[in-house]
Design a protein around this ligand. Structure first.
Ligand SMILES: O=c1ccn([C@@H]2O[C@H](COP(=O)(O)OP(=O)(O)O[C@H]3O[C@H](CO)[C@@H](O)[C@H](O)[C@H]3O)[C@@H](O)[C@H]2O)c(=O)[nH]1
Ligand SMILES: [Mn+2]
Length: 634
């Protein structure tokens, strides 16, 4: 017998179950194994956190008739704060629709005061508010008499015009007034300034000194309607609510703390004018969709049993421009609270938490008819930017002394602490997600198996976790009124957010901690050009524009999946190789699902010709970089 006889006649190779087998030092796949296991551990822990908001859902109902029976004459005074910051991305005509919708609340006018904070310090916004003050004399009596819903004139007229309500004389008259007003405002916006002949009619414009701009101006406070004055009445002779314009002082070298700063300035100003017992805050795009929302909130505050401990009532953030299958996943049921803590781009979250930690209770109220409707971002770049701000702010909270687990310890229930941390840890999901999106496809390309073979019992936990998670999330999405396609879109946008917004949030937070970067607040645009709007309506993802690092990451990742799937399949089908097909099946399926999920991105890169397609520079860069990686590794 020759020496060959010593070569074994069979080989034993252990399947790579995550728990079962760690490749030894120097063996191929050891780092992949360690990284993926760490990522899985992290996903597992995060999953536990997310269970906190599923433990004991509550449903609340209000009894407004009882409120009126017991308290109609002693209803508390309410100050409504509306914030706006930039007339270019937050059109004044939109802002005044929000203002008009809250001025027309089904609530005693003498107990209602509306304040508009204009961080843009823009005479255009001031002018629009002047127009709104005049129009409110018609709009408020009209909407109360006809029980109009919603009380945003733009939305109401758009909705009733289709249903053929147009015959009514009064309706046509008020609509004409509205249209004329909207035209005048839009003319001025187009012009970029208020025409002189209009300025001459109101002394208020004299407060705008030459040289003042949105970052550098003195404070301006003007009472447009003084509810304390018996002469402030509508065309039917009924009292009007107070209406105030405010632009707080801003100086370039003085931090103004964004919306939180505006809200605190509003508190100081309002306390000197109407000093309402209750404050209602809405963003300038969040019109009131139900005229009863204030009364609903009062049912909680005035409740004899529990009212004394309730600090705030929160309505869910809903949008009136979400398409059927919600391509950007806007309808997430985030619970944002209102507030006024400084030094954080998510002042709402940090203030809500602080209030609760001082022993107050809050109420989340989600009525059938949404209380408020806003405008969700309509381009991918906007979505990414907004989520970067949120996840970055939330991570800052987690890393500060406001960390829910620290501040909340012993003060708020563990479930609530965990609930806050779901958001606080959004940003940190980016790293494990990236590992999971890069490593298994890459290993497939290289012929390294990272999941157990499908013939091994170790694959059961993986398959179970995968199926259980996604079937459940599909079920949740359907239950929340969504579609299966919406769920599929949501999975895509989740991955996009995690690999772009959250990643940049992580990076920027790290820079901030080392003192390199400064906090900022990128305002979400509420305007889209008509062509892009059309694409949004037809649920095409809007990539368009110039080169963006986020899009480059997205394109590279998705191209990576495609390349790995193609070459991986080739290897498995033609390569034969040790172990055959089965050890790679899970990696193949994963790659396949990712490629399926990424379809709209490939379309944007290679097929679409419209302006919303992926910028050529992004496509090119990603092709080059991915090819280089493949050549090096394959
Ligand atoms: O310097 C600023 C910046 C923003 N705003 C206003 O803040 C509001 C929210 O800004 P937006 O760009 O629309 O951000 P969103 O991400 O849509 O807002 C959500 O997230 C914010 C925290 O990041 C919360 O303040 C908001 O209530 C919540 O709706 C708007 O009315 C702005 O006009 C200011 O008043 N001053
Ligand atoms: Mn907004």
């Amino acid at each position: 017998m020759g020496r060959e006889a010593c070569v074994p006649l069979f080989e034993t190779k252990q399947g790579r179950g995550r728990v079962a087998y760690l490749p030894s030092v120097g063996e191929e796949g050891r780092w992949a194994w360690i990284t993926l296991s760490a990522a899985e551990l992290w996903f597992g822990l995060y999953w536990v956190l997310t269970q906190s908001v599923r433990w004991g859902p509550v449903y609340r109902r209000t009894f407004r008739d009882r409120l009126s029976e017991r308290y109609e004459d002693e209803l508390p005074t309410v100050d409504v704060f509306v914030c706006t910051a930039d007339p270019l991305v937050e059109p004044p005509s939109m802002v005044i629709n929000t203002v008009l919708s809250v001025m027309a609340y089904d609530y005693p006018s003498e107990k209602l005061a509306v304040y508009l904070s204009d961080d843009g310090g823009s005479e255009l916004t001031f002018y629009a508010l002047l127009e709104a003050a005049r129009f409110s004399r018609h709009w408020i009596p009209f909407s109360k008499k006809h029980h109009v819903e919603p009380r945003s004139p733009a939305v109401y007229f758009a909705e009733t015009a289709v249903s053929g309500d147009g015959g009514d004389d009064e309706w046509s008259m008020v609509k004409r007034l509205y249209d004329e007003m909207e035209n005048r405002i839009e003319e001025a916006v187009k012009l970029g300034r208020v025409p002189d002949e209009i300025k001459e009619q109101h002394g208020g414009f004299s407060k705008w000194r030459s040289g003042a701009n949105s970052r550098d101006h003195q404070s301006i406070v003007q009472i447009l309607i003084d509810g304390r004055d018996p002469k402030s009445v509508d065309i039917k002779g009924s009292q009007l609510p107070t209406l105030v314009y405010m632009a707080r002082e801003k100086r370039p070298n003085h931090p103004h703390n964004f919306k939180a700063g505006a809200m605190n300035a509003l508190i100081r100003v309002s306390s000197a004018i109407s000093d309402g017992a209750i404050i209602l805050n809405v963003d300038c795009d969040m019109y009131s969709n139900s005229s009863k929302s204030v009364r609903d909130a009062m049912c909680f505050f005035l409740d004899e049993g529990k009212g004394h401990e309730i600090a705030y009532v929160q309505f869910p953030q809903k949008f009136n421009n979400v398409t059927k299958n919600d391509i950007y996943g806007s309808s997430m049921t985030t619970i944002h609270e209102m507030g006024l803590k400084y030094g954080c781009p998510v002042e709402d979250v940090i203030t809500g938490l602080s209030i609760q930690c001082r022993g107050w209770k809050s109420v989340y109220y989600n009525p059938k008819r949404p209380g408020f409707l806003g405008i969700a971002p309509t381009t991918l770049a906007q979505v990414i930017l907004q989520h970067k701000r949120w996840s970055e702010g939330d991570l800052q909270i987690f890393l500060s002394r406001y960390c829910p687990f620290v501040l909340g310890r012993g003060k708020i229930p563990l479930g609530l602490q965990m609930g806050y941390c779901i958001y606080c840890l959004w940003a940190s999901t980016s790293i494990p997600t990236l590992c999971y999106l890069i490593i298994p496809p890459l290993c497939l390309l290289k012929g390294t198996s990272v999941f157990p073979s499908v013939s091994s019992a170790w694959c059961v936990p993986f398959v179970y976790a995968f199926i259980a998670k996604y079937v459940y999330s599909a079920f949740e999405s359907l239950q929340g009124g969504g579609t299966i396609k919406g769920w599929w879109n949501d999975m895509r946008i989740t991955l996009i957010k995690r690999t772009t917004s959250y990643l940049f949030a992580m990076i920027d937070t790290t820079l901030k901690l080392s003192g390199i970067d400064n906090s900022s607040f990128a305002i979400t645009s509420k305007v889209t050009d008509p062509e892009a709007s059309e694409r949004y309506e037809s649920e095409l993802i809007e990539f368009g524009g110039s080169f963006s690092p986020s899009f480059a990451i997205l394109a590279m990742l998705d191209l990576h999946h495609l390349v790995c799937l193609v070459f991986g399949l080739k290897r498995v089908v033609f390569g034969g190789g040790v172990g055959g097909f089965e050890p790679f099946l899970m990696q193949l399926i994963m790659c396949g699902v990712l490629v399926g999920l990424n379809m709209p991105v490939y379309e944007g890169m290679f097929l679409r010709k419209d302006k919303g397609a992926m910028p050529g520079s992004v496509t090119l860069t990603s092709i080059v970089l991915v090819m280089v990686c493949v050549l090096v590794l394959y």
